[in-house]
Design a protein around this ligand. Structure first.
Ligand SMILES: [Zn+2]
Ligand SMILES: [Zn+2]
Length: 552
């Protein structure tokens, strides 16, 4: 172990002890040890115990710990603290600039146990109310966390999309007579992915291409060449000849499963040396399959039967469903949210603040519900023909019931039912809880069905088929939560929902004006599952929406 590594162990020990509120003097001594040890010019590994003890600020106890580290690679005191600290909380301690006091606050007061959950909480403005936090701290933290996650090798689609598009335009404008296209998971708009894949047919050298797009050398071999953007996002650059661009684009865009299925279905089909991707499909005798759908064999079956759906596009979305305001945990007012939705060209917005049990999110007590409804009535008169619908995101309580008395529930235009608490459930319990909510006559939309946060929280296991069947039987739509950290319902369940006639609602779950734009990511993900405008709840007109969600 190097001095630096040993020093870092002491720093972490100090941090984790502070997290647990231990004796400040001891903590100070470990912090000092960190500073002393990392500046030492002789390797600790070459010293004996008395020599270490003689170092100013080290002493007997710390020297023993160093000895233990050098011999076993571990420090038992530190291990004890590790054992009583969830792994994700330990990880939070390593986020630069996010000290133990703040980690303690989010862990103990908000029950947050992973970096991903924390990032999500930041996006939902959960930290503003917390002691020692304000909007500015929250914003700084957000950037630190995003950086931290970026360095973990996996990315949300939203973290790479604009960089990827930027790369394409830089290469296209910087290289004459080049053909450039995204391929791989980024072209398929995968929910999460490990980098940007790009295909280039150009006479330029790798160095010239890298220079044109401000790319740095990355780790890894040739073909593809591993590069990094200025922000250290991984890029894999594939090169080919112009006359085989279509063949390569097809090959590098397919998922493993899709390619296997394709090769099995069309054995011996020679699709090499084709300049246009369309020619690959022509040779196979099937229509062009949109890249988003090139994940599973299913898309090939549809293509073979000439049954490919006309995929939904962003322009098909007519209403913004699932939005929060300053009434609960949003940071924009009701008026701001409505006016923003209208300015973006939508015909209507469905306001769904949190319900009364969601104390952490300033959920609405019945009198606040009624006050909001009055404000909506007034705004509706002012903003017509734009329409604001009265909704609520009702917590699904532990027993599956909704959060208000029928007297209040009956006043809403529509109700999204979502699980926000007690997320640790086995499949049976989770399925039962959600079935109860779906069967509730007031429920119109099931919100983020599994509670997952991509790359950070798995979500409870669910019998999706049972839930979708129940939604069909009860006229309940299912949300595809468009927040790029959720994208829940997972797109792989869309085909079954379509088969059962269940409508999908692409909801931004917006907690700010900017949040409305997340609809973009929801649409990208929905297309992967073959969603059509006809099967999308908020692609309907305002009246069509209301007709579909009004219960009883
Ligand atoms: Zn929610
Ligand atoms: Zn929400």
């Amino acid at each position: 172990m190097t001095n630096k590594e040993i020093a870092n162990e002491f720093r972490f020990l100090g941090d984790i002890m502070e997290l647990h509120g231990e004796n400040p003097f001891k903590i100070r001594s470990y912090q000092n040890a960190y500073i002393t040890l990392r500046k030492l010019d002789r390797p600790l590994a070459e010293m004996d115990q008395p020599e270490m003890e003689a170092i100013k600020g080290v002493g007997k106890a710390i020297a023993e710990k160093i000895g233990e580290l050098l011999q076993t690679g571990k420090m038992s005191t530190l291990e004890q603290y590790r054992e009583k600290t969830p792994e994700g909380v330990q990880e939070m301690l390593t986020v630069k600039g996010f000290g133990p006091k703040k980690v303690q606050a989010v862990w103990k007061d908000l029950g947050i146990e992973t970096v991903g959950e924390l990032l999500y909480a930041v996006n939902e403005n959960r930290l503003i109310e917390l002691k020692g936090f304000g909007q500015k701290t929250q914003e700084e933290l957000k950037q630190k966390l995003e950086y931290f996650q970026r360095s973990q090798d996996q990315f949300h689609f939203s973290a790479l999309e604009s960089a990827a598009n930027n790369l394409v335009s830089l290469l296209e404008s910087g290289l004459k007579d080049a053909r450039i296209a995204l391929c791989g998971a980024i072209r398929r708009c995968a929910n999460t992915l490990d980098g940007i894949d790009i295909l280039a047919a150009s006479s330029a050298t790798v160095q010239e291409m890298a220079a044109a797009a401000n790319l740095k050398e990355g780790k890894g071999g040739e073909q593809p060449t591993h590069l990094l953007t200025e922000d250290d996002l991984p890029v894999r650059l594939y090169r080919c000849q112009p006359e085989e661009f279509g063949s390569k684009l097809f090959r590098y865009s397919a998922s493993g499963e899709f390619m296997d299925a394709f090769l099995a279905k069309y054995p011996g089909l020679d699709f090499r040396n084709l300049p246009e991707e369309q020619q690959v499909f022509d040779k196979a005798g099937i229509p062009f399959i949109p890249p988003e759908m090139r994940e599973q064999e299913w898309a090939l079956d549809l293509a073979a039967g000439n049954d490919l759906p006309e995929l939904i596009g962003e322009a098909d979305i007519r209403g913004v469903i699932h939005s929060h305001t300053t009434y609960s945990d949003g940071i924009a007012t009701l008026r701001d949210m409505a006016e923003t939705a209208r300015a973006l060209g939508y015909d209507y917005i469905g306001i769904t603040d949190h319900s009364k049990s969601a104390f952490y999110a300033n959920g609405l007590q019945p009198d606040r519900v009624l006050a909001q409804m009055e404000e909506i009535d007034a705004l509706n008169r002012e903003l017509a023909p734009f329409r604001i619908f009265k909704g609520i995101e009702s917590d699904i309580l532990n027993d599956g019931s909704l959060d208000y008395d029928p007297e209040i529930l009956g006043r809403f235009d529509f109700i999204i039912a979502s699980v926000h608490s007690n997320l640790r459930m086995d499949e049976e319990k989770a399925t039962r809880r959600i079935l109860t909510a779906v069967e509730n006559p007031y429920t119109s939309i099931l919100g983020h069905p599994t509670g997952r946060l991509l790359l950070s929280r798995q979500g409870y296991p669910l019998d999706h088929k049972k839930i979708i069947d129940a939604c069909a039987a009860n006229g309940v739509s299912i949300e595809l939560n468009a927040n790029p950290y959720r994208l829940d319902l997972d797109w792989t369940w869309i085909p079954y929902a379509l088969e059962k006639g269940v409508l999908i609602s692409i909801n931004p779950d917006a907690h700010s004006k900017e949040g409305i734009r997340d609809i973009h990511f929801g649409v990208r993900s929905a297309r992967k599952g073959g969603l059509t405008a006809a099967a999308c709840l908020n692609a309907r007109s305002a009246d069509g929406f209301l007709a579909a969600v009004r219960k009883g």
